[in-house]
Design a protein around this ligand. Structure first.
Ligand SMILES: [Zn+2]
Length: 208
């Protein structure tokens, strides 16, 4: 795991460049998008004596969900946190590329609304449908974790099942307004490199 600050770590895999993040609040932690980084996430959580409280999925594509199931086998009472806009996707048990509630028998899902907060406001969710109907960003202090919504110089694809290019346009505007009004300093996408808001505003033509 690579340390960004005392309460924020990340790891990237070489398969599809997926980033997994760990958000720490005292002795509790949350994983954002486990992907296929679970062995390293598990040993980090154990070595730091942290209690895994939840797995936050920026959206339900298989490369972000990855080995979520493995985490559920290793830790007790872990919740899977998904956008309310993902309910339909989770219920769709014929869907092979997303996880669904047939995979998870214990009602582990918690659905979060737009701008909902947990951990006394430390973690906040911003629904940003477009790449997927259930795409959401996570705000943690002055950082925003964007999943496949916004990358350093790109945006997420909108030609997939549950994508919607029109909603993507609306969500990009929403993202811009939010980061502007709330003085977000750093952006952490679901793949590849991250950057400061300043650099991303310069590099990403979709945010002009
Ligand atoms: Zn995706």
């Amino acid at each position: 795991m690579i340390k960004i600050s005392n309460n924020f770590y990340y790891i990237q895999n070489s398969i599809m460049g997926n980033n997994s993040y760990i958000l720490i609040n005292k002795n509790f932690c949350f994983i954002v998008d486990p992907s296929w980084n679970t062995d390293k996430l598990i040993s980090f959580i154990e070595s730091e004596n942290l209690i895994l409280k939840g797995i936050i999925l920026t959206h339900l594509h298989y490369d972000h969900v990855g080995d979520t199931k493995k985490l559920l086998y290793n830790f007790d009472n872990v919740k899977i946190i998904v956008s309310t806009l993902g309910k339909e996707i989770v219920k769709n048990t014929s869907n092979r590329i997303f996880i669904n509630d047939k995979d998870f028998k214990n009602n582990n899902f918690i659905y979060v609304e737009d701008e909902e907060v947990i951990e006394n406001g430390l973690i906040k969710f911003l629904q940003t449908p477009g790449h997927s109907q259930c795409s959401m960003c996570i705000i943690f202090e002055n950082r925003i974790l964007t999943g496949d919504h916004i990358f350093v110089d790109e945006i997420g694809r909108t030609d997939l099942e549950y994508s919607n290019p029109k909603e993507m346009g609306i969500s990009i505007k929403k993202f811009k307004n939010y980061v502007d009004e709330n003085k977000i300093h750093d952006v952490y996408p679901g793949h590849n490199e991250f950057g400061t808001m300043k650099i991303i505003l310069e590099k990403n033509k979709y945010l002009k």
